[in-house]
Design a protein around this ligand. Sequence first.
Ligand SMILES: C[S@@+](CC[C@H](N)C(=O)[O-])C[C@H]1O[C@@H](n2cnc3c(N)ncnc32)[C@H](O)[C@@H]1O
Length: 237
Amino acid sequence: MNVPDSVATALADRDVAGATCLEAGAGVGNATAGLLDAGAEHVYAVTDRADHAEGVRERFPDDDRVELIEADLRELPLPADAVDAITAHALFNVLPNDAAAPIAAELTRVAAPGATLVVDDYDPMPAESPVRRLFAVENAAAELAGARPALTFYPADGLRRLFGGHGWKHDRTRTILEPVPWSESHLTAHTAEVRGHAASLPDALGQQLITEAERLAKTTGHSDEGRMYSVAMALPE
Ligand SMILES: C[S@@+](CC[C@H](N)C(=O)[O-])C[C@H]1O[C@@H](n2cnc3c(N)ncnc32)[C@H](O)[C@@H]1O
């Protein structure tokens, strides 16, 4: 089913066979594919972006185990205790810090007693990292255009403690990808994000940010750096 290695590694020691699951922040449904591959009975794939929702529809056209939900993770149209397993794979890095806490609360509300939670994300990158410098330009453009950052890198321990505050018990933290292969197409996609934010800025300012992003993407080319971690937790029965 074409499951990325990082997703497969994160789920390898989780038992989701027959479970009702939720992929929080579905993108094109990478963790949905991983959960199905691992035997999940039903997966709610949640995203707030119409283009990502379309990607999920295209990827699982006739699979009645997949239920696409286009909604904000802060207000899920699901009852309490509805799911046995939740994945948040590469979700938190796109969440501004005012969204992280309410999403943690809402994921806890819909999780049944005994539920499993797998939170996978990227370590914060060192200041000298060329990829981080590109992300800094993207964040500057996003802040100037919409008053929120595009990317926030949460340390594993911070997310563990955030969910710990909602009663989740830590099971394990492990590395699932190291180094992270930031490919040319990745960097091109982030440069395109800068262009998108720059469109709503004064021309000279926007152009300066675009020029810097293009320069950084070009001089970096691609970069193998950083780490993706996986934190697994469980709710008490
Ligand atoms: C980087 S993608 C992660 C994709 C996928 N989990 C994967 O592993 O490839 C982040 C996803 O989270 C979604 N997302 C971010 N904030 C959200 C929110 N508040 N409510 C619902 N979805 C959200 C985005 O729309 C996007 O689909």
